[in-house]
Design a protein around this ligand. Structure first.
Ligand code: B4P
Length: 194
């Protein structure tokens, strides 16, 4: 099974690239951000709880996130799926530990963590520009966007070390056109099946 984590700051292109990679490699796309937004749109209690954190640019608590991930993967895996692409998960060390345990139970470990490197000013520019056309409250103003980046550097970036120690981390340039970044990611993924 080709289980892949896309890693990087908010706005680095994880969601954009995961959408393309899932089609190219027949993967189940797990975006915790999308799952939360779906729960919010459906007005579920879980969604309402998540919204209070997301709107301020904070992380949703680990316990809630892990519960949601479990349910989503179990409900959406099919025998035809050739792996999972995790986009925006894990975001904390406890989430990474929970994911390792979850994948071990499925006898299907994470193979690689592809980290998209994009500088802070570029991601701020991308998110603010998305905020002009989407109704995402967390992209709506620079203060919230900068807060998300602060959360990323303090709580999520340390995960790079976690995966470097497991010898799974590969860093890639996330700047350039969407197609260029996609090509770089595909090259790394093809290497997994060599
Ligand atoms: P997410 O939904 O994961 O999204 P994201 O961080 O905004 O960005 P992503 O990197 O996917 O960027 P995208 O491709 O869209 O998180 C939202 C919130 O949900 C979090 O802040 C948190 O509150 C909560 N959450 C989610 N997962 C969680 C977890 N595991 N634990 C706790 N809380 C969690 O790209 C952004 C923009 O850039 C787009 O407009 C795109 O068109 C553009 N773009 C992409 N690639 C480009 C390129 N190469 N060049 C130019 N523009 C590009």
């Amino acid at each position: 099974m080709m289980n892949i984590i896309l890693f990087g700051p908010p706005g680095s292109g994880k969601g954009t690239q995961a959408q393309m990679l899932k089609d190219r490699f027949n993967l189940l796309h797990v975006s915790t951000g999308d799952i939360f937004r779906n729960e919010i749109a459906n007005g579920t209690p879980l969604g309402m709880e998540a919204k209070t954190f997301m709107d301020r640019g904070h992380l949703v608590p680990d316990e809630l996130t892990i519960r949601l991930l479990d349910g989503f993967v179990e409900a959406n895996s099919t025998p035809a799926t050739e792996g999972i692409i995790f986009d925006g998960f894990p975001r904390t060390v406890p989430q990474a530990i929970a994911l390792d345990e979850f994948m071990e139970k499925r006898n299907s470990p994470v193979m690689v963590v592809l980290s998209l490197m994009v500088d802070e000013e570029e991601v701020v520019k991308r998110l603010i520009s998305r905020g002009l056309t989407s109704n995402r409250i967390d992209d709506a103003n620079e203060e919230i966007v900068r807060n998300r980046l602060k959360v990323y550097y303090t709580q999520t970036a340390p995960l790079a070390e976690f995966y470097r120690n497991q010898k799974k981390l590969i860093s890639l340039n996330g700047k350039g056109t969407i197609e260029e970044v996609f090509e770089h990611l595909c090259v790394e993924i093809f290497k997994l099946s060599e």
